[in-house]
Design a protein around this ligand. Structure first.
Ligand code: HEC
Ligand code: HEC
Ligand code: HEC
Ligand code: HEC
Ligand code: HEC
Ligand code: HEC
Ligand code: HEC
Ligand code: HEC
Ligand code: HEC
Ligand code: HEC
Ligand code: HEC
Length: 396
């Protein structure tokens, strides 16, 4: 205890004798001691409270004893019962106790909301859970590679910060961009393996759809959306194609160049046939972004089988579909097979022979240069030995 505390304590003690027992009720009574920024307990830990900051916090109108309810009078005991936020926030406490975070920390509330005395309303920019601050708050744990490894989780924070949502939030301060809480909730967070979780596979379209409403509606009409709604979890939801945390702007080349395998991971046969065609060769060899990707012909969200008259790949619609890029496309142009199979002589004879020719040419060139290189090595070794002999055994 500092000298000042002792003097104050003596003053309080004198008053206590005069009017005993003295009731400690007002904030000012407590702050008379705890307002001293240098105050520490007997173990040396700070027990100071910044009265002004506390006063401006969401709890600023409460008395200290509303929370520290076991303090009734001076002198108060050295050991005081820990404050339980549950006494006043039972709903949040119940949700947290049923969530993945129930045992993530000894202080589940303050691990997200910060120091107990300085909590602000969620719409105050000083709050840890203000939309723009949520990623950093979750990131104190979910940005740690050690924690991720220990719990077998992806290290999400850096992925998110580089995504379109993270960028919109951190660089543009866009309050409506998705933060962790938009997709996971706040107090009742569950693993994506729980069917009640907003991140459970079949709930994801609705979760993203709270903001991307038109796209969700398109998706629900398509073959993938219908399959998922019907319980076929092999069909894709938003995060299968976009990822959950590393979401890119789909018009960017980073997305267009890398995402053919997105459809291709599931449609392996169609991917391999597409890969042999001109459109794909242009994309992968030439790095040509403008070429046709799966979704330029099939659509991205309202994907339908060829037999569906509303499908962009229905025979009746092909002129329009191809015509988006090929001005003047007509019925004979669209006979070209986007999934021609160069390994199938009957389906695509021209391609088959071209591929065979190209492969033979490639093999021929390789064999020629291999033989050439071997002969060259022998020849140069021979010259070396010969010139060393001419120099009396020394290198030239
Ligand atoms: C006369 C000075 C004084 C006053 C007035 C006072 N305290 Fe304290 N308080 C102390 C001291 C000294 C300690 C450190 C005890 C120790 O060494 O562990 C302490 C410790 C505490 C602790 C921490 C106990 C723990 O378990 O670590 C809390 C909480 C606390 N006080 C709350 C209050 C509240 C609330 C009030 C007003 C109702 C109040 N104090 C009024 C001097 C004071
Ligand atoms: C909203 C409830 C609440 C109110 C109001 C409150 N406290 Fe606390 N206080 C806590 C909690 C919870 C802790 C435990 C530390 C933590 O979790 O951050 C604590 C800890 C303390 C401690 C121990 C040292 C520390 O900082 O950990 C002191 C001293 C203290 N409070 C004093 C006060 C004083 C003085 C006031 C009034 C000006 C006050 N408290 C008002 C909830 C409250
Ligand atoms: C995993 C982080 C996390 C934990 C743990 C957590 N909160 Fe929250 N809390 C949040 C977020 C995020 C919000 C903002 C929610 C929003 O914007 O709708 C919030 C909002 C609140 C609100 C404002 C009302 C509301 O529900 O939106 C209260 C009150 C609250 N929390 C109390 C608590 C209490 C009490 C605990 C401990 C039992 C707790 N919180 C634990 C993240 C957390
Ligand atoms: C004595 C009752 C009491 C206790 C204990 C208490 N609070 Fe509060 N809390 C309140 C009151 C009253 C409000 C302001 C009214 C409101 O907006 O709900 C509030 C508001 C909040 C808010 C802001 C709500 C918003 O609208 O964004 C958060 C967050 C919060 N408390 C968290 C906590 C945490 C964390 C603890 C435990 C460290 C705690 N509270 C302990 C009474 C309490
Ligand atoms: C105090 C550190 C901490 C904070 C802050 C925190 N978490 Fe966690 N979180 C954990 C730990 C530890 C686990 C693993 C719990 C377990 O597996 O028992 C976890 C688990 C999760 C899981 C489920 C993982 C699984 O599949 O089991 C999700 C989702 C999650 N956290 C999201 C969030 C979000 C969103 C926030 C912010 C609103 C947040 N966390 C804040 C520590 C934290
Ligand atoms: C746009 C929605 C969205 C946002 C924003 C988001 N997540 Fe996720 N998160 C998901 C989905 C969906 C999953 C389920 C697994 C998957 O598809 O990868 C997931 C999985 C996780 C996991 C793995 C545990 C599990 O259940 O598989 C953790 C941990 C996690 N998120 C934490 C965070 C944190 C921390 C943030 C903020 C920095 C965040 N998430 C932002 C949608 C989101
Ligand atoms: C809380 C609202 C919200 C949620 C939930 C949300 N997003 Fe977004 N998303 C946005 C906003 C706002 C933008 C625009 C950012 C910008 O343009 O800077 C955006 C941008 C995007 C973009 C970039 C394309 C574009 O139109 O700018 C994609 C792709 C995207 N989100 C996918 C998803 C997916 C997938 C999910 C679910 C896993 C999801 N979003 C959940 C608000 C949300
Ligand atoms: C089968 C893969 C796939 C699924 C499932 C999927 N998307 Fe997309 N999404 C794409 C592709 C590919 C694009 C790029 C379309 C383009 O450039 O024409 C895209 C574009 C977007 C865009 C940018 C705006 C636009 O229309 O170009 C947003 C936002 C978006 N998706 C959100 C979502 C949401 C939300 C869901 C779930 C309801 C979802 N996506 C489901 C593949 C998918
Ligand atoms: C996660 C795996 C998965 C991904 C990723 C995926 N699909 Fe599918 N797709 C399916 C399944 C499963 C079906 C069958 C749905 C049903 O009818 O039950 C299907 C059906 C289709 C159909 C209808 C064909 C038919 O035989 O009925 C087309 C066309 C299609 N997908 C194109 C695409 C395109 C284009 C993409 C990328 C933008 C894509 N798919 C991404 C799994 C996937
Ligand atoms: C240049 C336009 C175009 C591109 C690019 C394209 N497709 Fe196709 N796709 C078609 C057409 C036209 C058909 C119908 C005729 C056929 O089967 O060849 C079709 C048929 C399909 C079918 C079977 C549909 C049914 O109802 O039977 C699937 C699945 C498919 N494509 C997936 C893909 C995937 C995956 C990719 C990317 C790896 C892709 N497509 C790229 C135009 C295209
Ligand atoms: C997203 C735009 C896009 C779409 C949609 C598209 N293509 Fe292409 N296609 C290209 C580009 C770019 C080239 C290479 C440049 C060029 O020669 O026009 C190309 C080249 C071709 C070629 C070889 C070169 C030529 O012009 O003769 C054929 C054949 C072809 N596409 C057929 C189709 C057919 C059939 C469809 C519809 C099923 C289709 N394309 C849809 C962009 C597209």
């Amino acid at each position: 205890m500092s000298l000042r505390d002792r003097i104050i304590a003596a003053g309080v003690a004198v008053l206590a004798i005069a009017f005993a027992p003295i009731a400690l009720r007002a904030q000012a009574d407590c702050l008379a001691c705890h307002g001293d920024a240098t105050m520490t307990d007997s173990a040396g830990h700070s027990i100071a409270v910044d009265g002004q900051k506390f006063g401006s916090s969401v709890h600023g109108s409460l008395q200290c004893t509303s929370c520290h309810a076991d303090i009734k009078a001076y002198p108060h005991p050295d050991k005081i019962a820990p404050v339980d936020c549950k006494t006043c926030h039972a709903d949040q406490a119940t949700s947290v106790s049923g969530s993945v975070h129930a045992s993530a920390s000894d202080q589940p509330c303050t691990s997200c909301h910060g120091v107990a005395h300085y909590i602000f309303p969620k719409d105050d920019p000083r709050s840890n859970v203000y939309p723009l601050n949520v990623p950093k708050t979750c990131g104190t744990c979910h940005g740690s590679p050690d924690l991720a490894k220990k719990h077998g989780l992806p290290n999400v924070y850096p992925l998110y910060m580089d995504s379109i949502h993270g960028f919109a939030l951190s660089k543009e301060g866009l309050l409506v961009a998705a933060n962790c809480q938009s997709c996971h909730g706040s107090h009742g967070i569950l693993s994506h393996t729980s069917p009640q979780s907003p991140t459970y596979k079949s709930n994801i379209p609705k979760t993203c759809g709270t903001c991307h409403a038109k796209i969700e509606a398109d998706y629900e009409q398509g073959v993938h959306g219908k399959a998922v709604a019907g319980g076929n979890l092999n069909a894709p939801v938003c995060s299968d194609c976009h990822t959950a945390h590393a979401i890119l702007q789909p018009t960017e080349s980073a997305f267009r160049m890398q995402s053919t395998p997105i459809c291709g991971n599931c449609h392996k046969d169609k991917f391999s046939t597409y890969r042999d065609t001109f459109h794909s060769q242009l994309g992968s060899l030439g790095g040509y972004v403008e070429t046709a990707r799966c979704w330029d012909c099939h659509g991205a969200h309202d994907v339908r089988p060829a037999s569906d008259p509303a499908s962009p790949i229905n025979k009746a619609n092909l002129v329009t579909t191809c015509g988006r890029c090929h001005a003047g496309a007509n019925a004979s142009f669209v006979k070209y097979q986007p999934h021609a199979n160069a390994r199938d002589r009957k389906l695509s004879p021209a391609l088959y022979y071209i591929r065979l020719f190209m492969n033979l040419l490639l093999a021929g060139v390789l064999i020629f240069f291999m033989i050439h290189t071997i002969l060259w090595v022998i020849r140069s070794r021979y010259s070396q030995v010969k010139s060393r002999a001419a120099n009396g055994g020394k290198n030239a």
